[in-house]
Design a protein around this ligand. Structure first.
Ligand SMILES: [Fe+2]
Length: 301
């Protein structure tokens, strides 16, 4: 009999059952314990965690980063790009680090409707803020959990077809949002975020949510502190609702809105048809009430 590993149990689940599309429960666990369990890869843990994630459970891993690291990451990222123009670069050889402001109007042109300010860092550049080491330390744990070589893709550049990308996102008050969607799962099984803002302190409102098995909103932010990691199976529908609905957005303010860190191994633009995120292709049974929570008023009409 082959040894039980993350890889073998994921493959088992994926062979036997359809990919999960709805969230099940939120599980809150200590990051250090979690890291130890992943590293040990004991049979009972492997079976538990893989089956749980494949059933649609979302994990909040407490205290993965310090609050100081996250606050400094937010401020240093914002300052680093402050005087640089908003740009876009395809994921091709030599792609620089850049930032891009996508307002409501521009966001309507995307396959996945959104409004956000994104800051991108790639491992082949000079790591101007020294963030790759601390982030890779945690990312390797998640890659191992996904049944991959913990250091997979770290040395890749766009010509290799799949690359690691650090994305830091500011969702501006009132208008920042990302419609419900599934993430690409071909090169990483789980969405992998880390949180940089705290509900009730830095923002008010729904923020990050998932869609549960009754097509209702599953709220997550009450479980989240700055420095936690969130993971879930990539094909579980999730989105970001606008926050601070009573405040005007301020793209020039580092303290505005809700911030988070997204880690993904992306297919690059050397592929003609990239495997990317997809919006809601099936009809989600949103009530009007839920719709008004997850889409900003401007685009409801
Ligand atoms: Fe996503």
């Amino acid at each position: 009999m082959t040894k039980i590993s993350f890889k073998s149990i994921w493959e088992d689940c994926e062979k036997k059952n359809n990919y999960p599309s709805r969230a099940n429960n939120i599980k809150v666990v200590d990051y250090k314990d979690f890291e130890k369990n992943v590293t040990e890869e004991k049979e009972s843990f492997v079976l538990d965690i893989v089956n749980s994630l494949y059933s649609g459970d979302i994990y909040i891993l407490k205290g993965a980063y310090t609050k100081e690291f996250m606050n400094s990451l937010r401020v240093r990222t914002f300052d680093y790009f402050k005087e640089k123009p908003s740009e876009f670069h395809k994921m091709l050889e030599g792609c620089p680090d850049f930032h891009r402001k996508i307002d409501i109007e521009t966001g309507k042109k995307y396959a996945l409707r959104l409004c956000k300010h994104s800051f991108y860092f790639y491992p082949w550049n000079n790591d101007p803020l020294n963030i790759f080491n601390p982030i890779y330390k945690r990312w390797r744990v998640i890659k191992k959990l996904m049944g991959m070589n913990p250091e997979a893709f770290e040395q890749n550049t766009p010509k290799d077809g799949v690359i690691d990308r650090i994305q830091i996102v500011q969702y501006p008050s009132k208008i920042g949002y990302l419609e419900p969607h599934t993430d690409p799962h071909k090169h990483q099984r789980l969405f992998h975020s880390a949180y940089m803002s705290k509900k009730g302190k830095d923002f008010s409102g729904l923020g990050f949510y998932a869609i549960d098995k009754k097509d209702k909103i599953l709220e997550t932010e009450d479980h989240i502190d700055v420095g936690d990691i969130g993971i879930g199976y990539a094909t579980v529908y999730h989105g970001v609702a606008p926050v601070n609905l009573n405040k005007e957005p301020d793209w020039q303010d580092v303290n505005d809105g809700r911030w988070f860190l997204s880690l993904y191994s992306n297919e690059t633009d050397i592929h003609k048809k990239r495997h990317t995120s997809s919006g809601v292709s099936e009809k989600l049974n949103f009530s009007k009430n839920i719709k008004s929570q997850v889409y900003p008023l401007e685009i409801l009409s």
